[in-house]
Structure formats: C-alpha cells, structure tokens
Write a protein that binds this ligand. Structure first.
Ligand code: ADP
Ligand code: MG
Length: 542
C-alpha cells in the first residue's frame, strides 16, 4: 500500500477511486435495471403464454371434456394458477443472485478465517435444514389454499350463472353462506401459509446472534487478552455476516413461497401436458349438401353409461322437413350431437351425400348447419352481435333479413336502441321467446343448408311458442329442417316423422302413414286427441 502511494500521486489515486466507484455504482444500477426488466418480462410473458396455451387447448377440446370438468376448476386453471407460474419465475433468478452473493462472502471469509467461515456454514446448513422441513408444510398448506380458491371460483361462477333460479327459490342466504365458507376457508389457509412463510425471517436472526455469540466466546477463550488485535478481522467478519443474513432470509422465504404455490404450478403443468381430447378432423371439404344424410347401424355409448343407440339406421333427405320424436331421454339430442360431430359413433357410419362424416372437414360441415337448441345461448353484447357472432361477416341488411325470417324484427325494433341494444349477461333483458327467436336468426343468417330445431319451443309459454313456431314453419318451407319434436301438434306437417325409442327408430312415415300403422305414434295421437287440452300433452309427459 505504502509503495503504491509513493509511486502514484495522491490526487490521481483519489480520482481513480472516485471513477471506479462511479463506474461500479452505474454498473450495479444497470445490472439491477436489466435484471428487473428481464425477470418481470419473463414472468409476465410466461404467464401470458401459458394462459394462451391452456385457453387454446380448451377451445380445441372435445365436448365431453367440458362435461367431465367443473367450470370453476377450468376457470381456476386458466385464470389463477398461471399467475403463480409468473411469480415463481420472478423468484428463481433472485434466489440465484442471492446465492452468488453468499458464495462470494463465504469465499472472502474463508480467506480470512476458515474457522469463522465454517461457523457461518454450519448456521447456514442448520437454517437450510429448517427451511426444508417448513417448506414441505408450506406445500401442504399451498394445496389447501389452491383448493379453497378453486372452490371459491366454482361457487361464484355457478351462483352468478344461476342467479334467476337462486332468486326465484329465495336461495340467496344459502349461497351467501356457501360462498362465505369458501372465502373463510381461503382466509384461514392463506393466513396460515403467510405466517408459516414468515418463520425463516424470525428464526434466522436469533440463529446468527447465537452463532456470533458462540464464536465470540470461543475467541475469548483461545486468544484471551489479545482480542483487540483481532478487531479488524472481526469487523470484516461481522460485516460479512450482516450481508449474508438478508440474502439467506430472502432465499429461505422464496423457497417457502415457491413450495406454497407449487400446487398451482403442478396444476398449470398438468393442464398443459394432459393430451387434448379432440375429435379427429376429416380432409374432404364439403362444398354443398345435395342429397341425404344416412345413419347406418349406428351404436353409441357415453362413457360410464350403457348404449344410447344400438344398430340405429335412418335417412334424412335434403329439402324435406324431418321430425324426430320419442320419449325424454331416448337420445334425440344425442342423435343431433352425432350429426354435428360433437361425438363419433362407436360402431356404424354416418354419411353425408355418401361421404363418411369422419372424412369430412368438421368446419366445412358445421358451416352448413344452423342449430337452435332448447336453451338459447345469448352472450353479453348487442342483439346484432348475438345474431351475427362475427359482425365483420355479415352486412346489417343480412342480419335484419335473418331477424325477419325468425319473426324477431318487430320486437327488436321496439327497443330504443334496436339492433344495438345490449342484452345483458345471457340475455337477461329478453324473454325466453325473444331469446329463442334471436338464436333462430343466428341460425338463418349463416344461410345454412340444414337447420336443426332441438325442442326449440319446449320451454316457452303458449304465446312465445306460437311466435317461434310460426318462424319454424316458415323456415321449414324454404330449408331442409330437422325438428326434434316435443309436442305432437308441431310435427304433424313434417314430411317424415321418425319415432326414436329403445335405442333405434321404431316407426317412420308421414302423419297419415303413421296413423295407419296404428303403432306408437297412433297411440300417442289418440291420447292427445282424447284429452281436451291436447296442447299440453307431450311425449315427455306420456
Ligand atoms: N354427456 C352425457 N354423458 C352421459 N350421459 C348422457 C350425456 N348426455 C346425455 N346423456 C344420457 O343419454 C340419454 C339420451 O339423452 P338425450 O340425447 O339428451 O335425450 P333426449 O334429447 O331424447 O331427451 C339420456 O339418458 C341422458 O341421461
Ligand atoms: Mg334433448
């Protein structure tokens, strides 16, 4: 040192020191900045990409996937769990940085006093061991937190979707209690986890103080009165310890937190890695539907259920109105699900104009179908958007024309904002019949070659039913239509009526022919006629 001071003038040395200090500080700031920038970017980008992948997977999954999972669980996996993946990715680099810091300090200590370094290592190991034990508890607590949060999402989701029913049955208190139980469980588990995660901070300092104390006593015993000579070394040693303390605490805490959110990470991982259950797409692009649909010896079962169809065969011709009737639960909707390829038959084939449905590109076939189901799906948007789905696809004139065909134009015009009326979640501002007519307009606007009405009027009151039925009758004259029949009166005029019962088609023909056959249709018809209020007689109630 003396040597340097002699050679280099003091002023130069001072300036060099200042320069080094400035450069070092700037570098440190730059490192910190880029570290913050990249770690945040990495964590946010991975959350986004994971969410995107999971959502795409959901959209590509087959229909059964959604029947097999709770909505709340699916939402949690998509919205909540990936957030924690981002959190962990931010923590991991920090653990690395802190570990490097500790390593440097330990090396420094070793060069000065191996004994002291060993002392610190011993404390570190003891601390690591404790954190490891606590981490496994943290993981267990984390699982409970995840479960509670997922349950909470499920309850909130179900109750908001079913708010009408809840109010009608005056069930609010029950749901408030259910929700309270879940948020309270979450409070308890989360609070417990947070306290547990704070333990590393609480224990490290006392541990270090004990270590320092013990080392001090050892030195006192060994060096006695020569302690003063050790002072410079002791100072470095203390500084090192004080620097190691926060780093160790951070590592301990991060590790606890990672273990705490590990269940979420596992959930995201399994959501990403589980194979997507999709229906295999065909290659033939359907140009048009020209002739007929045939089911040949179709057998179908749902998982965990007996056969719904066994060797079922039927033909649906282009240009005709085909009615399918049968008791509730006979499989009428399932038949349509097979036709639009939400499921594939276990055995047998479905052909469109002689081409196996499995060979046809699903999208090219579904484009040709308009589907009106029993419970209309209306989303929170304008009426026009609800009809078009994608406003860029259809000019307003076509949307209005479709609404006219669906018998909806008049009531839509009566809203102050007309087609721009926002209808509220699930169409809360519309009556059942209005919603149904909007979904009919939605089916028509696509200019489909086949329109399916699956018990489209069954949940409507008499007046709404009449309005919807008029629309269906009009459409039946112009389009190829399949009507899943609910009331006998609605299928009388169909070109062909198929009676589905006992896993197959048991009768077929038009109204007249079926009456002559004096079979099931005839019996039901007799019953309907004999009852004054024939309108209310349904297959479901027979
Ligand atoms: N996703 C499903 N998983 C298992 N069973 C189902 C599923 N959907 C319907 N089912 C059962 O299949 C049968 C036919 O149902 P469905 O086609 O809805 O009858 P329908 O429309 O004639 O009333 C019923 O017994 C029903 O319980
Ligand atoms: Mg049905």
């Amino acid at each position: 040192m003396n040597h340097i001071v002699q050679v280099v003038p003091f002023q130069d040395l001072f300036f060099s020191a200042c320069a080094i200090f400035i450069i070092a500080t700037t570098l440190k700031a730059l490192c910190f900045l880029s570290f913050t920038f990249y770690s945040n970017k990495l964590s946010q980008a991975s959350r986004r990409d994971i969410q995107n992948k999971i959502y795409t997977k959901y959209m590509d999954s087959d229909h059964q996937f959604f029947l097999d999972h709770k909505q709340g669980t699916l939402l949690y996996r998509l919205l909540n769990a990936p957030v924690n993946v981002g959190t962990v990715l931010k923590l991991v680099p920090d653990i690395f940085v802190q570990s490097v810091k500790i390593l440097f300090l330990i090396i420094l200590l070793f060069s000065m006093s191996p004994n002291a370094a060993f002392g610190i290592l011993a404390v570190g190991t003891l601390f690591g061991f404790l954190v490891k034990r606590l981490s496994s508890v943290s993981y267990r607590f984390g699982k409970e937190v995840t479960q509670a949060l997922s349950d909470q999402t499920t309850i909130a989701n179900e109750s908001i979707s079913g708010i009408r029913q809840i109010k009608i049955y005056s069930n609010q208190k029950l749901w408030i209690r259910k929700f309270w139980e879940k948020i309270n469980a979450y409070f308890y588990y989360k609070f417990r986890s947070q306290i547990l995660n704070a333990i590393p901070i609480m224990i490290l300092e006392p541990l270090i103080i004990c270590a320092i104390g013990s080392i001090g006593i050892l030195l006192r015993i060994k060096y006695g009165n020569r302690m003063a000579e050790l002072l410079p070394m002791l100072t470095v040693y203390m500084v090192a310890i004080l620097r190691i303390n926060p780093s160790l605490t951070i590592i301990g805490q991060h590790r606890m937190l990672i273990m705490n959110v590990l269940p979420d990470l596992e959930m995201s991982y399994s959501a990403l890695k589980s194979p997507t259950r999709t229906i295999h797409d065909g290659r033939v692009s359907m140009k048009s539907f020209d002739d007929k649909i045939t089911f040949t010896d179709v057998t179908f079962t749902y998982p965990s259920r007996g056969e719904v169809f066994k060797n079922l065969s039927l033909t649906i011709r282009k240009g005709q109105t085909t009615a399918i009737a049968g008791p509730s639960g006979a499989g009428k909707s399932t038949l349509m699900d097979l036709l639009v390829r939400l499921y594939d038959p276990l055995q047998g084939t479905i052909q469109i104009d002689g081409i196996d449905l499995k060979e046809i590109r699903i999208e090219s076939w579904r484009e040709k179908i308009g589907y009106v189901s029993q419970d209309p799906f209306i989303f929170h948007a304008t009426i026009a958007e609800n009809i078009a789905f994608d406003m860029s696809r259809y000019p307003m004139a076509e949307i209005i024309a479709a609404a006219k065909i669906a018998n909806a134009h008049d009531f839509i015009r009566e809203f102050p904002d007309g087609y721009d009326t926002v209808v509220g979640d699930k169409g809360a501002k519309l009556s059942g019949g209005q919603k149904q007519r909007i979904t009919i307009a939605r089916a028509v606007v696509r200019k489909p070659e086949l329109i399916i009405f699956d018990e489209a009027t069954s949940s409507l009151d008499t007046i709404s039913e009449k309005q919807v039925q008029e629309a269906i009758d009009d459409i039946s004259e112009k389009y190829t239509v399949i009507i899943i029949a609910h009331r006998l009166s609605t299928i009388k005029n169909a070109d062909r009526i198929l009676i589905l019962d006992d896993k197959r088609i048991v009768e077929e023909g038009n109204h007249k022919e079926l009456l002559q056959q004096k079979g099931m249709y005839w019996r039901l018809h007799q019953q309907a006629v004999s009852e004054e209020s024939s309108k209310t007689v349904t297959y479901a109630s027979v």
